[in-house]
Design a protein around this ligand. Structure first.
Ligand code: ATP
Ligand code: MG
Ligand code: MG
Ligand code: MG
Length: 479
């Protein structure tokens, strides 16, 4: 039996976290914060734009990110990446989808990124190599950009067949976030759904038989307001793989709508309408017909739920207006094509919640369960080593539970209160203040969030530094 989406999503995160020391960063809401160039979050990299540009807020966690992995909620309706018109007509574009991604910020580059992706797909997920096609950037004279020969050679050296490695231009293999913003040449992995001898000709040809699944972008430029390309201070890797498309491949389906992410929703639509069951017919002949209406409705109700949960409500301007258009399209298809009664749309919400939210809660539960057990052991051991009469729990232990095992501080307080103890508040404040400081290691350009361990090490080595109330500044020279 094929694996369910929640396991496949988990496998992606774990592959990078456990295998290659990537830090797991949660998805942001779909409403972009502090970026007026975007209507909706359209890619996993959006939240990392400041790092890519080399100007992360020095007081944010971001300054310490080197390798990151995440699964990001994305909406592609309106703006540069607008897929609204395709939704329902094909079986692999959604307005809302989840993008799995791994990043290197000035850490590993092309060789490692390609090798990791290839290993994950062919070994971990077990996709046969002969079903995969690679595209790489063929260069562009108008923009003064050379072909990415290096990447072509990397794939060949990894044993990918030469007739499976294909060049494409700006449109397909130079990824840009929007009119402005980080960008660079990319290499993409496509899946041949039917073992077609002609598959190479169907890459990037809008065919349901050969579908792009993963994009590996080599971030090297920023597209400026005047249209020019400015080289970025460091080279980064930014990858994005559509979860729905991956699941389709791994569950042995030909359409995203035939996976466990959509089938319960299609059944729910069937139940609440008077329409015949979903047949799974695709293609132009289906435009305006029952199957397309099923897909539009299933897609749009997911988008509506996610957006509303993230605080974007149907309205009259910007993202709100786009959402209103999506809602009205859903109403039209559900009423006129599927003959669904008034209220049908909202009746689908529990099914969406079931598919998306229950899964997430389960994932989060699993993530914390082992930490909780481990932390409980630490707490019990510390308590049994403590003086019976002392009510004050060592702050260093509480801090380590918080930093290393992800215990919320208020939860620690509560767990200690139950045992008649409390954290040493004074010592805790000292630790928190220390953490708030920014550790600057001046070895050319490295700026790191303070971590107490490396600070202790530097101090014990007697390395000269300046120390004011805001930051420690260490000058380490170039070694
Ligand atoms: P396509 O060429 O199929 O439109 P794209 O090149 O626009 O995809 P990217 O910007 O490279 O997509 O995004 C990275 C990945 O996200 C894609 O390889 C794909 O797996 C997934 N993806 C992109 N757009 C959608 C969408 N509208 N619905 C579902 N998945 C998508
Ligand atoms: Mg696209
Ligand atoms: Mg593409
Ligand atoms: Mg792409």
């Amino acid at each position: 039996t094929p694996m369910c989406t929640c396991i496949l999503r988990r496998k992606f995160i774990d592959f990078f976290k456990e295998g290659y020391e990537h830090r797991v960063v949660p998805s942001t809401p779909v409403r972009p914060r502090g970026d007026p160039t975007l209507l909706f979050v359209n890619a996993g990299m959006n939240q990392f734009k400041p790092i890519l540009l080399g100007c992360p807020d020095p007081r944010s966690e971001m300054v310490s990110y080197r390798r990151v992995v995440n699964s990001q909620k994305c909406v592609r309706a309106g703006g540069k990446h607008n897929d609204l018109e395709d939704v329902g007509k094909d079986v692999y574009h959604h307005t809302f989808f989840e993008m799995l991604g791994n990043w290197s910020f000035g850490d590993y580059f092309k060789v490692e990124a390609c090798a990791m992706a290839w290993r994950l797909l062919t070994e971990e997920y077990g996709i046969p190599a002969d079903r995969l096609y690679i595209s790489y950037f063929s260069g562009d004279t108008a923009n003064g950009l050379p072909a990415d020969e290096e990447t072509r050679l990397i794939w060949l050296s990894m044993g990918v067949r030469p007739d499976h490695v294909l060049p494409f231009g700006m449109k397909d293999n130079f990824w840009e976030m929007g009119e402005t913003g980080p960008c660079g040449p990319c290499t993409e992995i496509h899946y041949d759904h039917i073992g077609n001898r002609n598959a190479a000709a169907l890459v990037n040809a809008d065919s349901p038989d050969v579908v792009e699944i993963w994009n590996l972008v080599f971030m090297q430029y920023n597209r400026e307001v005047n249209g020019s390309l400015r080289p970025l201070p460091q080279c980064s890797v930014d990858t994005g793989m559509g979860l729905e498309r991956l699941v389709t491949v791994l569950q042995g389906k030909r359409s995203n709508y035939d996976t466990d992410l959509f089938t319960p929703l299609l059944s729910a639509i069937h139940q609440c309408s008077k329409a015949p069951a979903y047949q799974g017919r695709t293609g132009e002949a289906d435009v305006g017909q029952v199957d397309m209406a099923y897909r539009v409705l299933a897609d749009h109700i997911r988008t509506l739920c996610v957006c509303i949960a993230d605080g974007v409500y149907p309205g009259m301007t910007g993202a709100e207006l786009v959402l209103r258009r999506i809602l009205r399209r859903a109403v039209r298809f559900s009423t006129e094509v599927l003959q669904a009664p008034e209220g049908a749309l909202a009746s689908l919400v529990p099914t969406v919640a079931h598919i998306l939210i229950m899964d997430l809660i389960n994932q989060n539960e699993v993530q914390f369960l082992s930490s909780l057990k481990q932390g409980r052991r630490v707490i019990d051991r510390t308590l049994s080593n403590m003086d019976k009469d002392s009510a004050v729990f060592p702050a260093s232990v509480a801090w380590s539970l918080h930093r290393n095992l992800g215990f919320p501080l208020d939860l620690i307080d509560l767990m200690l209160e139950e045992k008649g103890k409390m954290v040493d508040k004074k010592e805790m404040t000292v630790l928190e203040d220390e953490y708030e400081k920014v550790l600057v290691i001046d070895d050319g350009n490295r700026v790191d969030q303070l971590d107490l361990h490396s600070l202790a090490e530097l101090q014990s080595q007697g390395v000269p530094h300046t120390d004011d109330s805001q930051k420690y500044c260490y000058s380490l020279g170039s070694d």
